[in-house]
Write a protein that binds this ligand. Structure first.
Ligand code: MN
Ligand code: MN
Length: 467
């Protein structure tokens, strides 16, 4: 009789929810798989620090898994794997399903752009015998976090003759790195008495790139000239070529395991390359799905999804239109039957800042993939708000697949907020919900995720089309 549960205990077990962390919920063997997956993921993060690099690296991985470039007009059959690149900054990976496209496409959509500093169009100048690049920050970031840390330069320059030059410097051992200065604390009294939003002006985010002059008495701006000379020798570019360039400044720090127990992953750009990589792996490993799978890695999410490589653009719908057209189906029918996991990160509960989050509705590290019903801000503005029916579908799918999952919320109501691409695909008449990984220090140069959550997010995507 001693071991028998009381009425209250029985009732509690039956009626009340009891969230379990991945460490309690899954076997040691599965935790081992999660660790192995994280090793691959860390490799991806180090290879793909910009949206262009993420496209190139995912195409490389996909081709190794048998994916071929999409051929217009080709009749695809069940199990065929193909991809289409959009302007080197976004990419779509498809696996043709057994069912016709008219019965719906299963989308997983993540973004591969991350907060960073972009060079301005006229970036190069000299001041007080130091050479700098002017920058304009991209996405929502805390400016002070980008000062006094080693930074690398990545990007492309299109020269006057139309030739494209790739730049990637600051990543390999032996290469120089770059940096933004900050005033010493001894002289920072005025700066430190200001509000953080005012203490670090955007126009002070100038990248220090040189201090040695070109030895010639007759010219001014000798340091600038010397830097341009070196750039010309290395890349064959002249100052005017910056007019047609996209150059991004990103942190040098390599992705690595974090903690004595190596249970976490620290890296730049996990928002949202963590969902990009997990969604990609799931679609690469898909075998003969029922519905056509379409994994989209998109650009420009961090600045509002505008433009022809962002999710407010038409490129994804146009691609579905082509697939539907090939089967004589109007695209709207295909879309109306489609489902989408909008794959993006959400905030993990941070015990150092509990005042910003609602404990009862925040995601926790190691409690699995997050299902976020709505994003937006105050009064649910700017969200597509997934339906109870679609959440029911997702919940059943995750439980059947024994995926560890939790719900999430971006902080306390009226404390701020933020959106994802979910609404842009939902507006196309597609059932959509946000799914993703809990992150600490989101948008910082070094963001944190957990090994188990990354793996559970991959498992969630892999379950999407299973009945
Ligand atoms: Mn994101
Ligand atoms: Mn973001």
């Amino acid at each position: 009789m001693a071991n028998e549960k009381t009425k209250g205990e029985q009732l509690k077990e039956k009626l009340l929810s009891a969230p379990k962390s991945a460490f309690e919920a899954v076997s040691a063997a599965e935790l081992k798989k999660a660790k192995a997956f994280a090793v691959d993921y860390i490799g991806f993060l180090n290879a793909a620090k910009t949206e262009r690099e993420a496209v190139a690296e995912s195409v490389r991985i996909a081709e190794a898994a048998g994916f071929k470039p999409y051929a217009e007009g080709k009749k695809y059959k069940a199990g065929d794997k193909f991809y289409k690149v959009n302007r080197d900054k976004a990419v779509m990976f498809a696996v043709k399903g057994k069912k016709p496209v008219a019965e719906g496409v299963y989308f997983t959509i993540a973004h591969i752009d991350s907060p960073r500093l972009d060079l301005k169009q006229v970036p190069l100048y000299e001041d007080s015998e130091l050479a700098f690049f002017k920058t304009h920050y991209y996405g929502g970031l805390k400016k002070y976090q980008w000062m006094t840390i080693p930074l690398a330069i990545h990007g492309v320059v299109v020269k006057k003759d139309g030739k494209k030059v790739n730049i990637r410097i600051g990543e390999e051992p032996g290469e120089p790195v770059f940096c933004i200065t900050d005033i010493l604390p001894h002289l920072g009294r005025e700066q430190m008495s200001k509000k953080v939003t005012e203490a670090f002006p955007a126009e002070n985010l100038n990248l220090l790139i040189g201090s040695a002059p070109f030895a010639d008495e007759k010219v001014g701006d000798k340091v600038k000239l010397n830097v341009m000379r070196l750039l010309n020798e290395k890349y064959g570019i002249i100052e005017d070529d910056f007019l047609s360039a996209e150059i991004e400044i990103v942190p040098v720090a390599k992705a690595s395991f974090v903690g004595f127990d190596e249970s976490m992953i620290g890296s730049y750009g996990q928002d949202d390359r963590v969902c990009a990589y997990t969604a990609l792996r799931a679609v690469l490993e898909a075998k003969a799905p029922e519905h056509t799978l379409l994994c989209v890695l998109t650009d420009k999410e961090e600045t509002g999804s505008d433009g022809n490589t962002g999710m407010q653009g038409d490129y994804v719908v146009n691609f579905v239109n082509e697939l539907a057209d090939a089967e004589g189906t109007p695209v709207y029918k295909a879309l109306a039957n489609s489902k989408c996991l909008s794959a993006d990160v959400n905030a993990a509960f941070d015990p150092n800042y509990p005042e910003t989050m609602d404990r009862r509705n925040s995601a926790k590290l190691n409690y699995g993939v997050i299902i976020t019903k709505y994003t937006g801000s105050g009064g649910k503005y700017g969200t597509s708000d997934a339906s109870a029916e679609f959440l029911g579908f997702v919940r059943t799918m995750l439980d059947k697949g024994k995926v560890v999952w939790q719900t999430g919320n971006l902080g306390k109501v009226d404390f701020g907020g933020g959106g994802t691409i979910a609404k842009y695909i939902a507006e196309r008449d597609v059932d959509t919900v946000d799914v993703g990984v809990p992150i600490l220090s989101m948008h910082a140069p070094f963001e944190l995720s957990s090994v188990t959550d990354v793996y559970m997010t991959y498992r969630a995507f892999a379950e999407f089309d299973k009945k």
